[in-house]
Design a protein around this ligand. Structure first.
Ligand code: MG
Length: 501
């Protein structure tokens, strides 16, 4: 048994309703992004807001709080039991800090703003989204003040997505990887070792054919489609877990440049696998979920980049591509590898290559940090965005849709989320370093389609624990060290300046 202490057992039972509300909210959020009729957004907003407040009320009820206090005083607890207490204490701290009215406003605003954002992006109309973003920044600033912080109000928001993360931590990570990225980028662009574009980027595909490619890749990974998962279409690909046995992914089909939808599927597969491989004994408990966004993103990036963009994977996926996409036949494996690994400063974060991607996060990190303090106003955001893009990548967006309106996050009231992407990227390369030590024929396993070996490794090191350990502790236990940005640059240098892997 994972939970033996009677007080903790009771706590887990009494908090199951919180898990149930999370389950319902997850399903509602998935529906909002996929099949909800447009005019359902207002009522969906009210319902989600009410459920969020209810969840907060139940967590803070005297019954649960006194049980939690009692549980804290228990001795000889195992790691799972301590994990339950840690997760609930953290949720309590956040719930106590945020007034119910603010929680309700955040939830309601995001439900409405997502729908407006989608239309604004389509119409390239920043003015339409602007009042929502102003409100979202204001609500987030209020939240930061209620939550409290030592160094910077942005720290309070970062912590919501990554336990204990501070702006100063990210500045340290960026100061390590930024010079490395610039060095690699400059050399790759001047040497031409990797192309900056490929003619396949302009080739149109049939959606039917591409759906089959995506399904066959998921089948190759033994993804439990139909039994514990499904794949749908949404404006912005995402993964939503309702539980350990119901984890859903989405993708989008743009009709051109097939690697985009393919890699979004592999990316979301990585997220989904994390949830699917959590120890089933943790079902419907406070530990039944990935521990943080950074660790989550490390899993999606590991599959997308470390596995998916390797030469070994290209060899593996090539027969699938040739089977469904006629136009692929005239390209060799080496050609396809180059198409999958073009390096070019670009405007859209989700389409960015491994080398330039984190520069997009540098930009968002700076803008979010300054919006929260009021140093940047929402109405001057598009211009500052363009200037920063120019400074970092030497290019400027021609419209709002490929600039400030490209991401869904702000419309969902999420400010402080983006840095977890960089943490994830760094961590994915750290996992690569360790998996190569532990499984030296890692790349051969990919060529042999022995993905279960990789899945098992990730399950044992990371997935099965759910939220048992806080992120830093999880990484320390798995790899005997903390998050280490040097592996990211080592990987880039090895792949882009040394050997094509
Ligand atoms: Mg992701």
């Amino acid at each position: 048994m994972v939970f033996e202490n009677p007080v903790v057992k009771e706590l887990v039972e009494k908090t199951r309703v919180l898990w149930a509300i999370g389950h319902a909210l997850g399903l509602m959020s998935w529906d909002t992004e996929t099949y909800m009729p447009k005019e359902g957004s207002m009522e969906r907003g009210i319902a989600s807001g009410e459920l969020s407040v209810l969840r907060q009320k139940i967590l803070l009820s005297p019954e649960i709080q006194s049980l939690l206090e009692k549980a804290e005083k228990q001795e000889d607890l195992n790691d799972y039991e301590r994990g339950v207490i840690r997760v609930l204490k953290r949720a309590t701290r956040i719930a106590k800090a945020l007034p119910p009215k603010l929680v309700y406003e955040l939830s309601k605003t995001s439900q409405e703003a997502v729908v407006v954002w989608r239309e604004a992006r389509q119409k390239n109309d920043y003015g339409m989204f602007k009042p929502y973003l102003e409100k979202i920044v204001k609500l987030n600033r209020e939240a930061a003040d209620y939550l409290g912080y030592e160094e910077h109000p942005y720290d309070a928001l970062l912590d919501l997505y990554e336990e204990g993360l501070k702006a100063s931590d990210m500045e340290r990570v960026f100061s390590t990887i930024e010079p490395g990225i610039r060095r690699v980028l400059e050399k790759v662009l001047s040497s031409g070792a990797y192309p900056s574009e490929h003619e396949l980027e302009k080739v149109e595909y049939s959606r039917d054919a591409m759906e089959k490619v995506n399904l066959e890749i998921l089948k190759m990974f033994e993804f439990p489609l139909g039994t514990r998962s499904r794949i749908d279409v949404s404006a912005h690909p995402f993964t939503q877990h309702m539980g350990i046995k119901d984890v859903r992914v989405t993708t989008r089909y743009e009709g051109v440049d097939f690697k985009r939808t393919m890699y979004s599927v592999i990316h979301e597969y990585g997220h989904a696998l994390y949830e699917l491989q959590i120890d089933e004994r943790l079902i419907a408990t406070p530990l039944a979920g990935g521990v943080s966004l950074g660790v989550h993103e490390s899993q999606s990036r590991f599959w997308e980049n470390i596995v998916g963009r390797s030469m070994s994977f290209v060899k593996t996926v090539y027969p699938i591509l040739v089977k469904y996409l006629d136009f692929v036949r005239k390209y060799s494996v080496e050609d396809i590898y180059m198409y999958f690994n073009t390096v070019k400063p670009s405007l859209i974060r989700v389409g960015a290559d491994e080398v330039t991607y984190n520069l997009h996060i540098v930009l968002r990190f700076k803008l979010e940090k300054d919006m929260i303090t009021g140093d940047i106003r929402v109405d001057e955001l598009p211009e500052i965005w363009s200037d920063e893009m120019d400074r970092l990548l030497g290019i400027r967006p021609k419209n709002y849709s490929e600039g400030v309106l490209q991401d869904i996050h702000w419309s969902m009231c999420m400010i402080g989320y983006f840095p977890s992407y960089t943490l994830g990227n760094v961590l994915s390369t750290q996992i690569r370093h360790h998996i190569l030590n532990d499984i030296p024929d890692f790349y051969q396993k990919i060529e042999n389609r022995e993905f279960h070996v990789i899945r098992e490794y990730l399950r044992e090191k990371i997935h099965k624990w759910g939220s048992t350990y806080e992120p830093k502790e999880l990484i320390r236990r798995a790899f005997g060290e903390t998050v280490e940005p040097k592996y990211f640059i080592e990987y880039l240098e090895y792949k882009y300046l040394g050997f094509k892997i």
